[in-house]
Design a protein around this ligand. Sequence first.
Ligand code: AMP
Length: 601
Amino acid sequence: MPEATIIQSTLEEHKKKALDFVEDVTTNPDYYQTKALSEILSRNANVEYLQRYNLNAHTDRHTFKKLIPLVSYEDIQPHVTRIANGDTSPIICSTPISEFLTSSGTSGGERKLMPTIEEERGRRSLLYSLLMPVMSQFVGGLEKGKGMYFYFIKSEAKTPGGLLARPVLTSYYKSPHFKNQILNDPYANYTSPTEAILCLDSYQSLYSQMLCGLCHHHLVLRVGAVFASGFIRAIRFLEKHWSLLSHDIRTGTLNPTITDPSVREAVMRILKPDPELADFIESECSKNCWQGIIPRLWPNTKYVDVIVTGTMSQYIPTLDYYSNALPLVCTMYASSECYFGINLNPLCKPSEVSYTLIPTMAYFEFLPVNRTDALTATDSQPPELVDLVDVKLGQEYELVVTTYAGLYRYRVGDVLRVAGFKNKAPQFNFICRKNVVLSIDADKTDEVELQYAIKNAVTHLASFDADVAEYTSYADTSTIPGHYVLYWELNVNGSTPIPACVYEDCCLTVEESLNSVYRQGRVSDKSIGALEIKVVEQGTFDKLMDYAISLGASINQYKTPREGTPGRIVESGHKGTGLGDQALLECHVAKESVDRTGRPQ
Ligand code: AMP
């Protein structure tokens, strides 16, 4: 058989296997959920955590639900700390914890540490292996070209007991599973050399990945990154550095700022002098208008593969602008705790994206959420959790997982809504992360963290006998990178005017008081811009309340929204009331770098 035919038939087999798997698990979700729970509980029958609740090796749902409590990170943190400190006894999992995955969710300002075990990598790889077979049902011939994906790793830490703590994607890109995927998966044909993805220096990594993407520009059939914010950052990088990149392409030499020897070697395998391509890049990039720059530079691109659900939806207009409205494809829904599911209809509109949870990944439960009750299941009533196959169309739920790595009935913090079914498996719209008020990149700042940061900052106003009477906040993504904006209404009793430098100190203190994911985004990744404080006229928030009450809000229950500009909040219900930026008195931006405290990132 000719080689091309062999490759084609291997590809068809690979696709069929993946699609058959999806068909099977979505037709029998309850069977696979029962199996997953029973496997998890039987393997871990001897662990301290389950023994403490007297599960006594039961593996059925009924006993499990009766005896094992619903928990949040703070409840399991003591166990996490023991494992991190080197206790290797079977505390939560009978299989040794292989490493901790550092979540972008934080607790007490620091990243949550999620335990994982070696075999979980297999489950993550399985989920990845489904994505392209699903996509190929809608877009053909993707195996004939390349994907230009901007992937990055982050630095790793070691716990006192010697376990690695790093982000899940860093762990995956460094794993043999990723290498295997690159070698064996016909779709894993990326423009970025693995050496560039694995380079810790984000400038060198992005420069090299962009350069290789440009060199292969005619072969690129799809472009992307994990989240929309990362992809926009890459385009922004191109806006700043295209002349250096095109110089390298013209001359076939690599910029000396790329010093990592393995990256240089990998790039030099691809880079050849190509004055024609350099001319083309320069003529496109030097035009004033960057609208449609993606299809202009990569003319065969069929879609942009980035997550634009949840807080990332704020980037849709920018992506539409750069891509001339190419399809935006959200393929999967995952977390450090567990990979959850995939989008079986990837060409749908971003607003219609739904994820089908794959019932072999973990045991899933769902806590009904009434969003008018501020997204909390009332603490007074014990929450009734439902199983995957019992969720109701249109109802919202908080996701709860029991994983192979030792999380039992763990509240992930995401709110999902049932959008439909694939066979018997429900499909969920991602609605939001509970309580998150601000997010630009991976950061997820909740109301408590924001309140704490503002409380700290307000101390700078004390000597002026001033205080913050009311505030709201806004993630401004009209700048690249985006940044947090705080709207403050002040109570000023003193007569000395407050100088601008005091507000700048306030900006800085807020930034220093926010969680480590925010600080890392500001300082190391530079994926978040300087925080801004906008002082509004006295009475602005009263007008906002009057307006809400005029729409029927109860005075007793009215709470100032902590997210949204005063203008936007009003305009979302009513156009042109004249609040918002017209009420602005002054704006102040953080000047110094947020890392002046030298705190760990
Ligand atoms: P991390 O723990 O840092 O891996 O972040 C996982 C969280 O990112 C999830 O719990 C979600 O809140 C969010 N997330 C992951 N995938 C998606 C998606 N496809 N759409 C919206 N949010 C997502």
